[in-house]
Design a protein around this ligand. Structure first.
Ligand code: GDP
Ligand code: IMO
Ligand code: MG
Length: 429
C-alpha cells in the first residue's frame, strides 16, 4: 500500500495525530485535505507534547514534506503562530518541506467574528462550534466570494477584496448581531504580514502530490474531524462545514478515486463528542467521569470538556461503510482499564423498532436508545503492551468483538499517548 487516508470514525479526537505521527516514520509526505484549525491533533514524542491545528503532523519528522491542500481553510494568524511555536522548539519548517495550496481559502477575522456572534445569539440552540470561523469561511467559498491563499500574491488586490467584503460583514456584525465592527486598516496591516511570511510557501499542492504519486512515494492523508461531523453524512446541523469522509481526499487534495491506496479509520474504544448534537451512548454518571478524567478528555483546540460515553458500533460501522475502511486503529484501550463492565451499543431502539442504522433526521437520532452488549472489564497498566498477547484476555475479547461489530480488521491498537505505546498489527508501508 503506497498511500493511506486516515479518518476519524466517530466525532473527532480519536487520536489521529498520534497515529499519523507513527506512520509518518515510513512515509515521504503528509497531506491535510479538509477542515481547518478547528482540528487539534495531539502528538507525544519522547514525553514532549505537540498540539497541531493546521500544520500536517508529519512535519515533526525531519526529511518529510507536508502539504496543506486546497480543501483546507486556513487562518493565517493561527498558521503563523503554530509555525513559530514549532520552529521555536527546533522543528524545521521552510518552503522546502511545507507547501500551502494557492486554492485554500482564507479564514478572515470577520469569519471568526461571525462564527462567534452567531453562536452566542443562538444560545441554547448553538452547535457548539470551535469559534474558529470554519463555517463562515466555507460559506463564502461556496458563495464564490472567498479570498484564497493565492490572493496573497497580490497584496493590493487582496486588501481591496477584503475591504469590500467588510462592508457586508460589518453590516451583519453590527446591525444583526450587535457585535463591534472590524476595521479595514487592521485587516490591511494583517494581510501585509501574511503575504510577506506565507508567500514563499504558496504553491500548486495538486502538482506536488501527483509528482509524489508518480514517484511512487509513500503518502499519508491526514483527515481532520470525524465522519459523524461530516457536512453531508453527519448529524446535520450538528456537524462541521467540510467533509471528513475518506472520499473527500479526491476533491480536497485533487486526485482520482482509483489512486486511494487504503483507508485506516481511527476508533477510540469509547465515544466522545465536543459541542452539541445527538450522542446515543452518552454517559452522565461516574463511568462518564472516569472516561473523561482518565482519558484526559478536554478539547485540544478549545479546552472544553468532552462528552463521554460507551463505544457505539452503529456509528463506527456506518463510517466503515462510508469510507471503505481497510483497517481500524483502536486507541485509548488503557483508559478502559479499571471498569468492571464494558458496554458496546450494537443497535438502537427508535419508537419500539430495533434499527441498525442512523436516522437522517437529527430529532429521530435524539430519540434513539442504545441497545447494549456487556463485556467483562479488565484492569492493570496496559501501556507496556507491544503485542496482543501482552493484553489481559478480557481486553483481547473486547477488541475482537469491537472489530467484528464494526466490520473491519484491527490494524493497530494504542495503549497510551506516546509513540511507543502502540501495538502494530498491520504494516502500512
Ligand atoms: P485527534 O484530533 O484525533 O488527533 O485526537 P486529539 O489529539 O484531539 O485527542 C486524542 C488525545 O488522546 C490526545 O491527547 C492524545 O495524546 C491522546 N491519546 C492518543 N492515543 C492514546 C491512547 O492510546 N491512550 C491514551 N491514554 N491517550 C491517547
Ligand atoms: P479533530 O481533527 C472534535 C466539532 C465542534 C462542533 C462542530 C462544528 O481534532 O478531530 P466547527 O468549528 O467545525 O464549525 O464546529 O464540530 N469539531 C470537532 N470536534 N474534533 C475536531 O477536530 C473537531 N472539529 C470540529 O466541536 O461540535
Ligand atoms: Mg482533536
Amino acid at each position: 500500500m503506497r498511500n493511506v487516508v486516515i479518518v476519524g470514525a466517530q466525532w473527532g479526537d480519536e487520536g489521529k495525530g498520534k497515529v499519523v505521527d507513527i506512520l509518518t516514520e515510513k512515509a515521504n509526505m503528509v497531506v491535510r485535505f479538509q477542515g481547518g484549525n478547528n482540528a487539534g491533533h495531539t502528538l507525544v514524542v519522547g514525553g514532549e507534547k505537540y498540539a497541531l491545528h493546521l500544520v500536517p503532523s508529519g512535519i515533526l519528522h525531519p526529511g518529510k514534506s507536508g502539504l496543506i491542500a486546497g480543501g483546507v481553510v486556513i487562518d493565517p494568524e493561527v498558521l503563523l503562530e503554530e509555525m513559530d511555536e514549532l520552529m521555536g522548539r527546533g522543528v524545521k519548517i521552510s518552503p522546502e518541506n511545507l507547501t500551502i495550496s494557492e486554492k485554500a481559502h482564507v479564514i478572515m477575522p470577520y469569519h471568526k467574528a461571525l462564527d462567534q456572534a452567531r453562536e452566542s445569539r443562538k444560545g441554547a440552540d448553538k452547535i457548539g462550534t470551535t469559534g474558529r470561523g470554519i463555517g463562515p469561511a466555507y460559506e463564502d467559498k461556496a458563495a464564490r466570494v472567498g479570498l484564497r491563499m493565492g490572493d496573497l500574491r497580490n497584496p493590493a488586490a487582496f486588501r481591496e477584496k477584503a475591504a469590500h467584503a467588510l462592508i457586508e460583514k460589518n453590516h451583519l456584525l453590527t446591525g444583526l448581531y450587535g457585535a463591534p465592527a472590524l476595521s479595514a486598516e487592521d485587516l490591511t496591516a494583517q494581510s501585509r504580514l501574511w503575504a510577506e511570511r506565507l508567500g514563499p510557501y504558496l504553491g500548486d499542492t495538486r502538482r506536488r502530490l501527483h509528482q509524489a504519486l508518480e514517484r511512487d512515494d509513500k503518502i499519508l492523508f491526514e483527515g481532520a474531524q470525524g465522519v459523524h461531523l461530516d457536512l453531508d453524512h453527519g448529524s446535520y446541523p450538528f456537524v462541521t462545514s467540510s467533509n471528513p469522509v475518506a472520499g473527500s481526499v479526491t476533491v480536497g487534495a485533487g486526485m482520482a478515486p482509483q489512486q486511494i491506496g487504503g483507508v485506516l479509520a481511527l476508533v477510540k474504544c469509547y465515544s466522545t463528542r465536543v459541542g452539541a448534537g445527538p450522542f446515543p451512548t452518552e454517559l452522565h454518571d461516574a463511568t462518564g467521569d472516569h472516561l473523561r478524567s482518565k482519558g484526559a478528555e478536554f478539547g485540544t483546540t478549545t479546552g472544553r470538556p468532552r462528552r463521554c460515553g460507551w463505544l457505539d458500533a452503529v456509528i463506527v460501522r456506518t463510517s466503515v461503510e462510508l469510507c471503505g475502511v481497510d483497517h481500524l486503529a483502536v486507541t485509548k484501550l488503557d483508559v478502559l482499564a479499571g471498569l468492571p463492565e464494558l458496554k458496546i451499543a450494537t443497535h438502537y431502539l427508535l419508537g419500539g423498532e430495533k434499527i441498525d442504522w442512523i436516522p437522517a433526521d437529527v430529532r429521530d437520532m435524539e430519540r434513539c436508545q442504545p441497545v447494549y452488549e456487556s463485556w467483562p472489564g479488565f484492569d492493570g497498566d496496559l501501556s507496556k503492551a507491544r503485542k496482543l498477547e501482552d493484553l489481559p484476555a478480557a481486553a483481547r475479547r473486547y477488541l475482537d468483538r469491537l472489530s467484528e461489530l464494526c466490520g473491519a480488521p484491527l490494524g493497530l491498537v494504542s495503549v497510551g499517548p506516546d509513540r511507543e505505546e502502540t501495538i502494530i498489527l498491520h504494516e502500512y508501508f
